[in-house]
Ligand binder design. Sequence first.
Ligand code: COA
Length: 249
Amino acid sequence: MALTLTDLSRDPWLLPEVDALIGANMPAFMSWESPGNWRWHGMYDRYAEHQLCLVDGAGRLVAAANGLPVHWDGTTSSLPSGSDEVLVRGVDRPPPDRPDAVCMLSVSVDPVHRAAGHAERLLTEVRRRAARHAPRGVIIPVRPTRKPLYPLIPIDEYAAWRRPDGRCFDPWLRTHLELGARQLGIARASLVIRQPVARWAEFLGHPLPGPGEHLLPGALVPLRVTADDHGTYTEPNVWVHHPAGPAAP
Ligand SMILES: CC(C)(COP(=O)(O)OP(=O)(O)OC[C@H]1O[C@@H](n2cnc3c(N)ncnc32)[C@H](O)[C@@H]1OP(=O)(O)O)[C@@H](O)C(=O)NCCC(=O)NCCS
């Protein structure tokens, strides 16, 4: 099926579909209040041309990739703490007039269209565009797709897991690495969601009577409940860097 590439500057009417696709692909708590989530639509407004969409012949959204231009000096030590910080900087400050890099914060493919190369096409397009205006390429705080099955394994160890054939264990991290991306490090607190325990308990469908680490379906790490009756989800991601230009063959 031939898909057309567009973006929210050319087809702003796709905005609700982009939101719906991302929402359907993520656990609900991922869109709760957080410094980054408060600014998510600010990213659409300010950087509409960086919100890429693949649509089918009937105009239906099949996949989306969301990002924004950033300043980055190319060193691991100067990476932001994660997606919250990227959004805070990108939306609260004036847009960079000469960005060094693009930061991709989300790639989503409609579940019926997975494993068809659409995510790869979007990543390749972002790299190609970066070659024109962001010479340091593309940085991504990757949310490894199979990590929710292993919430007790530290993210550094998980990211280092390899299959018997030597390929990366996590399918989404593998896609990046096999396109020629390099793993830069861990974004330990990429997205932080702090909410009253009652809200988490309602979401889980069971009470959280005491402090400690509680398992949260769809989360990469446990939820930390503290004695002040709040629960904090601190999502770690894996920073990867794609050079600008064509992807590895
Ligand atoms: C992450 C995501 C965009 C990847 O899209 P995709 O179309 O699955 O990407 P790929 O085609 O590169 O697939 C990656 C691997 O997963 C495998 N895969 C994808 N969908 C699969 C499915 N339904 N069943 C089995 N394997 C699947 C692919 O075969 C591929 O494995 P390979 O490297 O051995 O070939 C997509 O899974 C998604 O939208 N997930 C939910 C949102 C998300 O977590 N986004 C990432 C963080 S922002």
